[in-house]
Design a protein around this ligand. Structure first.
Ligand code: ZN
Length: 565
C-alpha cells in the first residue's frame, strides 16, 4: 500500500501508480513504497493518478473555486473524502476536484445535492482540496453553551493527533479545537491566553496586530492549562514549579498538520501562554508570488544577489518581519539536484525535498554539528539566525572557505548588520570581506480590496512629517476605510506584502568599510542617494502609489520620518 497526503491506495492501485511513474523516470522502479512520499513530488504523483484515470490534472484550483456551491455541503465529509465541488461548466455540468478518483464518495455525496448536473471530475492535490474547503468554511468561535458544558474538575484523557476540525467528545477538547481551528482559519500567527486579576481571555495575532479579547470563564483557567500540557504529554505538576515551560505539539486541520510552539510563563495572577502557529501553508511562499511578489526592481536585485557564488547574504528585520519566509523561498529557488544545501535551524520550519535539514536544539550542539556539517561539503548553508559569536564565526568561516551562507539577523536597518557582527566580536574587516549582500525586510499591511477608499493628496502636515515632496499634494491614492467591512474583519486591511531593501557589498565598498573610509550608515545613505537599488522607503511609497497600502500602514513598520536622500 502507498500512503500519500493522507490517502492510502490498495496494492493493485499502488502497482498501477508505480508503473505509470516508472514510465517517466525509470529510477522510480527501485523505490520501496515507503520511500515514495519523500522521493516523488506531489505533482508528479497526482499527475500519474490523473493519467491512469484519463482525467485532467490541475496543480492548483483556488482560482476556479465557486464558494456558492458549498452551501449544502459538509466540509468535514468533503475533507475526509478528499473532494470538493469546484465550479459550473455551462448550465449542466458540475466540475468536481478530487484527490482519490477510486473512491466513490464524491459522486455518492454530491450527486443527490446537485441532481440536475452532470459531474465532471478533475484531479488535484489533497492540499488544494483542503485549501478550497478551508477558504469557504465559517464558524464563529465558542458559544456560552460550549463554555458551560465544561466541568472544572474533570481530567482529560491524553489526546493523540488532535484533529481540530472533527467533533470532539469532551467539551474541553471541543472548546480548544474551536479556538485552534479559528486561529488557523483566520491565519493567526499566535494565540495568547492570559490570566489577569479579574479576567481570563485569549487573543489572536493576525497580520501583526492583536485582535479583540475573547473572555473565558475564570474557573476554566486550570483546565485550559492542563489540557495543553496534556497535549504535549508534560506532567501538570511542572506548572507549579517551573517559571517557564516550552513545548511543541501538532494539530490536524482538515488533514493538514500544523505545528504549534508552546511557551508558558508563570505570572503574578496565573500564567501567560503563547501558542505560535507554524502553518506551513503560509510559510510555503514562492518568490514573485503572493506576499513575496516584489516589484521588478527588487526582484532583479534579488536575482543578482542569489547568483553570488560565495559569501554571506543576510536579511535583517525585527521579529515577525518574515525574514525566514523569504530565506526559505530563496532556498527553494536555489534548490537543484546538483547543489548540496544544508540548513541549521531551530526549529526546522519548512522541510524541502532535496535539502538536508538539521534541527538545532541548543547552542551546545552547534560546534559538533558544524564540524560534521562541513565534511559533507555543502554548497549553500542556511543558518536560521546569527545570534551569538559562535554562529557569527561559523558564517564567516564558511563564507571564507567558499560557501554561500544565507542567514537572518535581528537589526532594524540593513547597514546595522555590520555593526551587529562587530558587537558579537567579529572584526570589521572580516565581516566587510565576507558579507556580500545586506538586506532588510518588512511586512506591510495591504488595503482590503473590498472597502478601500480613494483619496487625493496627502496633507501638508503629513508631507512634512514624512519627508514627502510636493507631488504628493495631489497624488491620487487609496486609504483604509475606518471600520472596514465584513471581508477584512472591520480592520480596513487584508493580508500583508513584503518589501525588501538590498545593499550588495561590492569589493570596492568592502575595502572602504574594512579600512574605515566609510561607515555602514554612510554607505547605506550613499546607495539610497544613487537611487539604483530597492530601499524600504521607496518600495513602500510605490505601494501607496499603486493603491495597495496607505501611509498609516507603512509608517507603522518603517521609520518614514527621515529621508534617504
Ligand atoms: Zn474590507
Amino acid at each position: 500500500m502507498i500512503g500519500f497526503d493522507g490517502i492510502s491506495f490498495n496494492e493493485l492501485i499502488s502497482r498501477r501508480i508505480m508503473s505509470e511513474l516508472t514510465v517517466h523516470d525509470p529510477s522510480y522502479a527501485d523505490l520501496a513504497h515507503d520511500q515514495i512520499p519523500n522521493r516523488v513530488s506531489r505533482c508528479s504523483f497526482m499527475a500519474s493518478i490523473a493519467k491512469i484515470n484519463g482525467l485532467p490534472f490541475y496543480p492548483t484550483i483556488a482560482e476556479f473555486c465557486d464558494e456558492s456551491l458549498h452551501t449544502n455541503c459538509d466540509p468535514t465529509v468533503m475533507s475526509r473524502g478528499f473532494f470538493t465541488p469546484l465550479c459550473l461548466s455551462g448550465t449542466d455540468k458540475l466540475i468536481v476536484a478530487l484527490a482519490n478518483p477510486w473512491s466513490p464518495l464524491a459522486e455518492e455525496y454530491l450527486a443527490p445535492r446537485f441532481p440536475h448536473l452532470e459531474i465532471v471530475k478533475i484531479i488535484t492535490l489533497a492540499s488544494e482540496i483542503n485549501r478550497a474547503i478551508e477558504s469557504v468554511v465559517t464558524n464563529s468561535g465558542p458559544s456560552t453553551a460550549e463554555f458551560e458544558a465544561i466541568e472544572t474538575d474533570d481530567q482529560d484523557e491524553g489526546i493523540h493527533d488532535f484533529d481540530v476540525t472533527m467533533d470532539q467528545k469532551e467539551p474541553m477538547a471541543q472548546l480548544m479545537a474551536s479556538i485552534l481551528a479559528d486561529a488557523v482559519k483566520l491565519r493567526a500567527s499566535d494565540i495568547h491566553f492570559k490570566v489577569e486579576k479579574e479576567a481570563f481571555y485569549y487573543v489572536f495575532r493576525i497580520d501583526g496586530d492583536l485582535s479583540h479579547k475573547i473572555m473565558i470563564p475564570m474557573k476554566l483557567k486550570d483546565r485550559v492549562d492542563a489540557f495543553l500540557l496534556n497535549l504535549m504529554k508534560l506532567p501538570t505538576e511542572t506548572r507549579n514549579t517551573a517559571p517557564g515551560i516550552s513545548g511543541r505539539f501538532t494539530i490536524s486541520y482538515y488533514h493538514r498538520p500544523i505545528d504549534i510552539r508552546y511557551e508558558r510563563h508563570q505570572t503574578y495572577r496565573g500564567y501567560h501562554l503563547t501558542l505560535r502557529l507554524l502553518d506551513k501553508n503560509h510559510i510555503k511562499l514562492t518568490l514573485g508570488k503572493g506576499a513575496l511578489a516584489f516589484d521588478e526592481e527588487t526582484q532583479f536585485a534579488l536575482n543578482r544577489v542569489m547568483q553570488i557564488p560565495a559569501g554571506i547574504i543576510v536579511i535583517s528585520g525585527p521579529t515577525g518581519s518574515g525574514k525566514s519566509t523569504t530565506l526559505n523561498a530563496i532556498l527553494r529557488e536555489l534548490n537543484r539536484p546538483e547543489i548540496n544545501i544544508l540548513t541549521l535551524e531551530n526549529p526546522v520550519e519548512d522541510e524541502v525535498p532535496g535539502i538536508t535539514h538539521c534541527n538545532l536544539k541548543s547552542a551546545k550542539e552547534f560546534k559538533p554539528m558544524i564540524a560534521s556539517f562541513m565534511r559533507s561539503d555543502p554548497d549553500i548553508i542556511l543558518m536560521g539566525e546569527v545570534r551569538d559569536l559562535e554562529s557569527a564565526e561559523l558564517a564567516i568561516e564558511a563564507s571564507i572557505t567558499g560557501h554561500k551562507v544565507l542567514t537572518t539577523i535581528h537589526t532594524p536597518r540593513a547597514s546595522q548588520i555590520i555593526e551587529r557582527f562587530e558587537q558579537l566580536g567579529i572584526a570589521r574587516w572580516k565581516i566587510a570581506q565576507a558579507l556580500k549582500a545586506a538586506c532588510a525586510q518588512r511586512l506591510v499591511k495591504t488595503l482590503c480590496p473590498h472597502c478601500k477608499e480613494p483619496a487625493t493628496g496627502i496633507s501638508s502636515n503629513e508631507r512634512k512629517t514624512f519627508f514627502l515632496d510636493d507631488t504628493w499634494a495631489t497624488m491620487p491614492h487609496y486609504v483604509a476605510k475606518a471600520g472596514g467591512c465584513g471581508a477584512c474583519r472591520n480592520t480596513g486591511y487584508k493580508g500583508r506584502t513584503a518589501i525588501l531593501e538590498i545593499i550588495p557589498i561590492t569589493p570596492e565598498m568592502a575595502d572602504k568599510l574594512a579600512q574605515g573610509q566609510i561607515t555602514p550608515y554612510a554607505m547605506e545613505r550613499q546607495i539610497a542617494a544613487e537611487g539604483l537599488l530597492p530601499s524600504l522607503r521607496r518600495s513602500a511609497l510605490r505601494l501607496i502609489r499603486e493603491g495597495k497600502t496607505d501611509l498609516a500602514a507603512i509608517s507603522k513598520v518603517i521609520d518614514m520620518t527621515y529621508s534617504d536622500v
